[in-house]
Design a binder for this molecule. Structure first.
Ligand SMILES: [Ca+2]
Length: 164
């Protein structure tokens, strides 16, 4: 493409820039839910009660932590501390079977997970528990346990988040 052919495109781009500058209002930082945390830093821009999701373990999406290799019949766990600094806890466990480098699905019923607090024990097959509400009654040490009831070794991806 020659220089002459490029000129109309250049003018069109400049024109669009000028027009958009005229039509859009001045950019003020947005705080959609009005909780005092701008959308750029608010993990929950549409929820006035929450602003921060702190990852304390993640082998699932960000993969900052190692996945758990769990033999048949074996149980693995991790613990963490929960205080009034958080409003909800989210624990997420997924499991696969690695066979010759290929990831195979695992029946949810073959993997048991539990979240244990001072107040209660939440049990599930693998998957997400949803949000567990932090109250004065369950402050303290929390434990996530994963038990492999399958007849083979599994790889469990684990993620734990504190929401506040
Ligand atoms: Ca918010």
């Amino acid at each position: 493409m020659g220089k002459k052919a490029l000129l109309p495109i250049v003018f069109m781009v400049i024109g669009i820039e000028v027009l958009s500058g005229c039509t859009s209002p001045p950019q003020t930082p947005l705080d959609s839910d009005g909780d005092g945390y701008l959308d750029t830093v608010d993990d929950f821009p549409d929820d006035i009660t929450l602003f921060d999701a702190i990852t304390i373990y993640d082998s699932n999406q960000v993969q900052t932590d190692p996945a758990w290799t769990i033999s048949s019949g074996e149980t693995k766990f991790t613990t963490w501390w929960v205080t009034n600094d958080s409003r909800f806890i989210v624990a997420d466990v997924d499991a696969i079977r690695l066979l010759n480098g290929t990831a195979l699905p695992v029946f949810p019923s073959e993997i048991n997970i539990s979240v244990e607090t001072r107040e209660a024990i939440y049990e599930n097959n693998y998957g997400q528990f949803g949000r567990i509400t932090v109250t004065t009654r369950n402050w303290g040490e929390w434990r996530l346990t994963v038990t492999n009831r399958a007849a083979f070794e599994v790889t469990a991806q684990v993620a734990i988040y504190l929401l506040k």
